[in-house]
Design a protein around this ligand. Structure first.
Ligand SMILES: Cc1ncc(COP(=O)(O)O)c(C=O)c1O
Length: 349
């Protein structure tokens, strides 16, 4: 099912480990391939990125209030602003956003690619950053540029993979095959801990050799490939097939969009953004200037607390209230969920 070329898999049990594995594999690949490039030791990552809570994944993450405390323990990462569609830099329009953000990446790669092992990206949607949606074509452009400048591409699909954005993999939507792809969460339907790092044959080949050459990927993990978790993951794939989950999603996705559209004219709703089964409503103090509410006013949390009274437990990311329901949710449940969110916004704002 995976994007073509990702023929090898390393299993672990949580998303952060899948990212650690990808980072280490990328690093080791450059040292062990036929034409070694040992100076490639750093990574490009995005502001607001979230890749897990272990130190390697935190190093490439960029959510200050989760990560600032551990700064002295982290390795250096080259950071780019998060590509997005709502708060665009001055002078950038919806039409020019993709090329603007790609130019930023290209300038960085042109200057630093000699020492860059990989670009690490949450494809299409940066979750913990506030469900920021990348402008169309950005991911495809990143793939082109990483090839041009000989840098690996690590796609962290832990949140956006396994059907979440309406296709099995987010990368599919822009015809991209990354060099390494991380999966977790929905891989086992969320029931048992299982994650995976998929790699191309090109990467795999760099780890082959005589025993004494020590080209092994030394990342031992007690529960990697755990049979019970694997059974849950296989059963999840069976459900995708039996219930035609992906084929049913467009109706569910449309239903969410129809409900949330009713919030568009609300004076404190700055943006409604959706990609597949992730939908977010961004609350603002001033709609024209896009001025956020002060974080300590807990506006998002207040909306969610009100929604709870209507039977839906949703979670805010600051001033962003989002829906990320199970793919199996029924249309009736979508109606209830959206109704609870809309009432929450109306009541508290
Ligand atoms: C994009 C992304 N990467 C990595 C992770 C970490 O996964 P885990 O919590 O299983 O370690 C998450 C978890 O929310 C995530 O959203």
């Amino acid at each position: 099912m995976a994007p073509p070329g990702l023929n090898h898999v390393f299993f672990a049990s949580d998303g952060a480990s899948a990212v650690e594995v990808a980072l280490k594999m990328a690093f080791q690949y450059w040292r062990q391939r036929n034409d070694p490039r040992p100076e490639k030791t750093t990574y490009v990552a995005y502001a607001g990125a979230y890749h897990g809570d272990t130190l390697g994944s935190v190093s490439v993450s960029g959510v200050p209030h989760f990560h600032a405390m551990f700064e002295p323990l982290l390795f250096e990462t080259l950071r780019l602003p998060a590509p997005q569609t709502y708060r665009l830099p001055e002078g950038v329009t919806a039409e020019s956003a993709t090329s603007h953000y790609l130019l930023e990446l290209e300038e960085l790669l042109a200057a630093e690619s000699r020492r860059i092992a990989a670009v690490v990206i949450e494809p299409l949607v940066q979750g913990a950053a506030g469900m920021l949606m990348h402008p169309p074509g950005y991911l495809r452009g990143v793939r082109k540029l990483t090839r041009k400048y000989e840098v690996l591409l690590i796609a962290d699909e832990i949140a956006v993979g396994m059907g979440r954005l309406g296709t099995m993999f987010a990368c599919e939507q822009e015809d991209v095959t990354p060099d390494l792809l991380c999966l977790g969460k929905g891989l086992s339907g969320g029931y048992l801990p299982m994650s995976a790092t998929l790699a191309t044959t090109e990467i795999w080949n760099a780890f082959l050799g005589d025993y004494a050459e020590l080209k092994t990927f030394f990342h031992g993990h007690t529960f990697g490939g755990n049979p019970l978790a694997a059974a849950a993951a296989l059963a999840t794939l069976d459900v995708f097939e039996e219930e035609q989950t992906l084929a049913r999603l467009p109706e569910t996705i449309d239903r969410i969009a129809t409900h949330l559209a009713s919030l568009a004219s609300h004076p404190h709703v700055g943006d409604i953004r959706q990609r597949g089964m992730i939908a977010a409503v961004e609350l603002v103090q001033d709609k024209t200037t896009k001025t956020p509410f002060p974080w300590h006013e807990k506006r998002g949390m207040r909306v969610c607390q009100h929604a709870l009274k209507h039977g839906a437990w949703i979670r805010p990311l600051g001033n962003v209230v989002y829906l990320m329901p199970p793919l199996a949710i029924s249309l009736d449940e979508i109606n209830r969920l959206c109704d609870a969110l809309i009432r929450g916004v109306d009541k508290t704002l």
